[in-house]
Design a protein around this ligand. Sequence first.
Ligand code: DAH
Length: 351
Amino acid sequence: MNDLDQLVAAAQADFARAATPADLENAKARYLGKSGQVTDLLKGMAALSPEEKKTRGAEINQTKQRVEALLTERRAALADAELQAQLKAEALDVTLPGRSRSQGGLHPVSRTLERIEAIFGSMGFDVADGPEIEEDWFNFTALNTPADHPARSMHDTFYVDTKAPDGSGHLLRTHTSPMQVRYAVQHVKKHAAALAAGEAIPEIRVIAPGRTYRVDSDATHSPMFHQCEGLWIGENVSFKDLKAVFADFFRNFFETDDLDIRFRPSFFPFTEPSAEVDIAFASGPLKGRWLEVAGSGQVHPNVVRNFGLDPERYIGFAFGMGPDRLTMLRYGVNDLRLFFDGDLRFLSQFK
Ligand code: DAH
């Protein structure tokens, strides 16, 4: 074995010892690098006679090619080994059952809210949305419930330690009724010019569904619950319209005409006269039982005044109903808390 063959054998052994691509590049430098052994041989050719250059030069060049070929071969082997290792590490067991993606669904109360909006929408009601952290003024005072009114004690809630522009505090709204005032005031602002000219303005017809809060918690009360407010104000809107709206709504909502509605005299500071609305099904498990589903009444003149309207000219009704209660009735659920526990065993039944 001549010196060149030895060099090639040494390179081969060196390359074989390189366990990683980085090792291999270091080994390469020892032969083909700037001061590598092969490079040195090539440099040394300058000192050879023309005759020697022919023979020895050709041998050196051959040596270089052999070393380069060995390097390429080892590079490929290392890359292949790396790939094999990676494939092994990431082995896929194609016989494992797939991970299925579970299907979500709307919350039952959200379904009810959507139904309420669709049904009232078909009767020409706008849908409004408002703040859950409400000013004392909108929640109580503007609704004819001044600071010392006993009705406030029935609305025990969570007070927030900030001051509204009028000096009163903020609270988690105890009902959606403040939306009556917020919406009506906007409506009046929009039609201020017509009002100032003594012209009739378009009717107010709106529902305002949303979350409400009270210090209350048992099977039929949750500290957070839903209400849907309704308001219809015009020059000639009366209780008979309210009854027609309720009849339409409840028959649509429960998908049955076998349903009675009654108004029971009641009291709310913001309506006069006021009524509780009860429904009774003519068949089914709840047959014949009167179920309270809403509060309602003719909007009190003081409240109409707070809307910015003349109560001698504008009149109408308001109502507030409980979408949670409606959901319980529609699906036969007897514990309100189930809606808010977040238990998928319960919720997935409504998908
Ligand atoms: N806000 C009342 C409550 O939470 C419900 C209510 C009663 C709303 C009569 C109304 C109404 O708009 O006219 O108890």
